[in-house]
Design a protein around this ligand. Sequence first.
Ligand code: SAH
Length: 356
Amino acid sequence: MQTTNQSARADFMSMTLPELTEYVAGLGEKPYRAAQLFSWMAKGAPLEEMTNLPAAFRKKLAQEGDYRLPVIGEKLVSAIDGTVKYLCAMNDGECVETVFMRYEHGTSVCVSSQAGCAMGCRFCASTLRGKARNLTASEILGQAAAAARDTGERVDGIVLMGIGEPLDNYDNVIRFLRLVSAPEGMGIGLRHISLSTCGLVPRIYDLAQEGLPVTLSVSLHASDDETRSALMPINRRWPIAELLEACRAYFGKTGRRVSFEYTLIGGENDGIRDAARLAEVLKKGMRAPCHVNLIRLNEVRETGLNAPERERANDFMKELTSRGINATIRRRLGSDINASCGQLRLKKLAETEEKT
Ligand code: SAH
């Protein structure tokens, strides 16, 4: 059982049901208690609310275990579309962002996988201060549970698109996927979960082997290596051709259509020639169905990069579709609440520094 916290006490919210059953047995309790506890934790309930568990058992859990739910520090509600953004504080004070979104076809929670990020993408707020640490499986699950509890709504889907690079915290993220999809817990179907990566190629091959049919979403953002390497340092290690080969393998193994994210940045990657080249690169590299999500840059002051006009984004999309590539421009939810991920954490870090 791995925990990234230094504590020797068991992080039992990170345990799968079979592991929890064993743990509970070690505390002298019957196996069915594990299922009860598991289901409470998936609801983000504190121990004192778990009233169908004996008080003595709960006391033991509090003493022997390490059960710490994220605490909602800040909450912003969009007046435009009802999107809710949370700043969730972990036990050691690290803060990450979690977003609850409502779509026509259901609700979805965007969770963070790391406090900060080490990937260094030029346009992204989450990486500006580097990576503080990985989140544990329970800390990722805790965000989804906290959002469900706070809104009182059922969560239909999950996107791993918050702060951090999920495949750079591989073991904890895989564990989280197993926990969040367990029917005794939140019970979210793996087909309703998307994992977004900047392209850690060996880990994409690993993920394909896990038997977890999640949607792989790949942050591409450029159609040639020179542009992509300038925007995303990871491309120097694994260039576009190798990345697309891994995506193709992912599709081959899982049968899941891969989707690509392409953030349009004014003057960097948003020309018609970029669109034409993107279509060709995808056709040649994937030889399989795929989808491109176009996103107009959420401007982050520190980066000095700008979003293109809507019209330019439309032209980009038309060029892609005319060349046979499925593409949509993603609607920006919560545009009035600083919804570009990583900015709230950044603000919090700056405020904390001012105080000390
Ligand atoms: N590390 C993962 C998840 C990160 S965030 C990844 O790289 O995919 C999810 C998406 O938001 C990624 O596609 C990321 O590139 C994109 N993104 C980051 N900053 C952005 C910004 N300022 N504007 C628009 N998209 C951004």
